[in-house]
Design a protein around this ligand. Structure first.
Ligand code: ZN
Length: 606
């Protein structure tokens, strides 16, 4: 409208003014399309460096080779790489091992697939050294470590500067790439993901791997945020686990990786446990390398929505910004008399962690009245989750394997016998846990409570409001921990704080999904693990979801989103079933069964 006015006051004829509008619109279109260049950062040890001969490259990559005998030389069309160098210089990518040329690994496949969909230049900063651990000190022959221990990092420098830190080598390489190349790109750049495969050389320090790897991820995210001034605290971290047949395989490292993937909303773990290795029982072969490469690509496709259809799987049910699970410990009587009715009034359902022994025997109740089984049966029938807090509220880190087994299995059985619903989650008594007990408790379960925030005696209206704002900002899953309301451990001095909090969450329901622990844990794990093959069809597109989780355990439907401006009508079928579609502003939503097979989407955009 503004341009019409301007044209008329300048006494231009209509033809001219329309022409100007057309030109301005064109400029607008071109400038709107000049978006950030994609950048990926990749690091790790030998399985990230590559130990598969280039003679075994997939045929589609061999086609890019100049050397058609050994396939050591060639060039990808769009992928530029700066590998193990600190001058920020990029060259066209072709898989090369760090020490000897002519070796490849999973990322060769990932970059190839990214090229197919991006069809424009993108950049990779890669830093790899075989046989290297995060743990320092660790007497490996290499003498260089990924450790993010801040005290140690202050005393050392990167390997290139004659120090021992690989992490500083990696961040120096990224900094140099930013300074000399990326910051000069027209339209800017965006670091899209951090790809990582490592852990074999930490086998003797498996117990420290959870803290060690977590610190590396945090270090890189912080570094990028400080270096660029952009918020990289949610930088996606995509990593693969170690096959069980690996001679360096340690269940504790596997458990640490799973725990990080469960706790960090932006960490995506690809399960490599059943994948094949070469005869050395350490390195991926051509099959497992290609498998991981494809899975990493699929994960990036999901995170970055690279397919042109606008299709994505919502991070939370109904595409809400974040999630809350209200959870209540120790089975107090007022969880039935006060909490459940208040939540039902708001349309919410809660999770109640109970100890079978305490429910059944007043000698363990410490004078605090507890719920009865018949009350809990009524709650379960209404959709509340009655789940396990251990049979006798014992510190699970101090139990023998037999005792631990009894503490968990017996309580499950008793809850099932009394409520008719088998518990599929667990809450650690006293929040006491370690990597082994977590790995044990997670077996055959949807999830266990490892992260929570206390809503109780110390809560104020202000700090609960701040928590809600944080949750909406960081798009996380908040799990509350409440014991007593008007009596019992950590009860409120003013229970009104709690009732108002519930109502406040209700007013934010268009942005917050309130689900039981079981529901949200299942959704989040499914959403992270699902990959979707999206293909164009005559009338729209089709989606084939693939999910390698136990379908008897993971039964939450996932929400699909088709993000398109002005979307009006969409018809969706999964198999023979017609799915209900909700049209909102600029997007259509529908729920699907991730195990239900192919979905056909017809977009009727009139
Ligand atoms: Zn407890």
């Amino acid at each position: 409208m503004y341009f019409f006015k301007w044209a008329h006051t300048n006494k231009m004829n209509k033809k001219n003014s329309l022409f100007i509008i057309f030109c301005l619109f064109f400029v607008f279109l071109v400038s709107a399309q000049k978006k950030n260049t994609h950048v990926f950062i990749t690091a790790g040890q030998s399985n990230t460096d590559g130990r598969v001969s280039n003679k075994l490259l997939p045929e589609y990559i061999k086609k890019l080779a100049i050397d058609t005998v050994y396939f050591k030389d060639g060039a990808y069309k769009y992928c530029k790489i700066s590998q193990n160098r600190n001058d920020g210089h990029f060259i066209p990518y072709f898989p090369k091992g760090r020490i000897s040329e002519g070796f490849w690994t999973y990322d060769a496949v990932t970059y190839y697939l990214l090229e197919q969909v991006l069809q424009e230049n993108f950049y990779v900063v890669k830093y790899v050294v075989g046989g290297t651990s995060i743990q320092y000190p660790n007497d490996t022959a290499k003498g260089r470590y990924w450790s993010a221990n801040t005290e140690w990092l202050e005393k050392t420098v990167s390997f290139e500067k004659k120090g021992k830190s690989l992490l500083l080598s990696f961040t120096d390489a990224i900094d140099a790439a930013i300074d000399s190349t990326l910051s000069k790109l027209e339209g800017g750049y965006q670091i899209d993901a951090f790809l990582w495969h490592q852990g074999e050389s930490d086998d003797r320090y498996a117990g420290k791997y959870y803290d060690n790897l977590k610190a590396v991820i945090a270090y890189v995210r912080n570094h990028l945020t400080e270096k660029t001034g952009k918020d990289y605290s949610k930088l996606p971290f995509v990593f693969g686990s170690i096959p069980e047949s690996n001679r360096h395989y340690k269940p504790e490292i596997d458990a640490a990786m799973k725990r990080i993937a469960n706790e960090d909303p932006n960490a995506y773990l690809i399960d490599m446990s059943a994948q094949e290795l070469q005869k050395d029982r350490t390195h991926f072969n051509e099959k497992s390398a290609e498998y991981l490469g494809k899975k990493v690509y699929k994960t990036l496709d999901k995170i970055l929505i690279l397919n042109g259809s606008g299709f994505r799987v919502a991070r939370y049910k109904d595409d809400k910004a974040c999630a809350i699970s209200f959870t209540f410990d120790d089975g107090l009587a007022e969880h039935y008399s006060l909490v459940a009715p208040a939540m039902e009034k708001l349309g919410f359902r809660g999770t109640f962690w109970v100890n079978g022994r305490t429910i059944a025997d007043t000698t363990y109740q410490r004078g605090f009245a507890r719920m009865t089984w018949s009350q809990m049966k009524k709650m379960a029938d209404k959709g509340h989750e009655i789940s396990s807090h251990g049979w006798a509220h014992r510190n699970v880190t101090k139990l023998s394997p037999e005792e631990l087994h009894h503490e968990l299995e017996h309580n499950d059985t008793v809850i099932f016998q009394n409520t008719g619903v088998f518990p599929r989650t667990f809450c650690y008594p006293g929040n006491a846990k370690n990597n082994e007990t977590i790995a044990f408790a997670e077996k055959n379960r949807i999830g266990t409570r490892t992260l929570q925030f206390s809503v109780g005696g110390k809560s104020t209206r202000e700090n609960l409001d701040r928590r809600l704002a944080d949750l909406l900002g960081n798009k996380g899953w908040g799990v509350t921990m409440t014991h007593g309301i008007t009596y019992g451990y950590d009860h409120f001095s003013d229970a009104g704080i709690f009732w108002e909090y519930l109502k406040k969450v209700k007013t934010l329901e268009d942005r917050i999904w309130v689900g039981t622990f079981r529901e949200v844990a299942a959704y989040v794990k499914e959403q992270k693990a699902v990959t979707c093959d999206v293909a164009k069809t005559d009338k729209g597109f089709s989606v084939v979801p693939r999910l390698a989780l136990d379908k008897n355990l993971f039964t939450e439907p996932l929400t699909a989103v088709i993000g398109r401006k002005g979307i009006k009508k969409v018809a969706v079928r999964q198999g023979k079933k017609k799915l209900k579609v909700r049209i909102l502003q600029d997007k259509a939503l529908f729920d699907f069964d991730p195990f239900g097979g192919k979905i056909d989407v017809e977009v009727i955009n009139k």
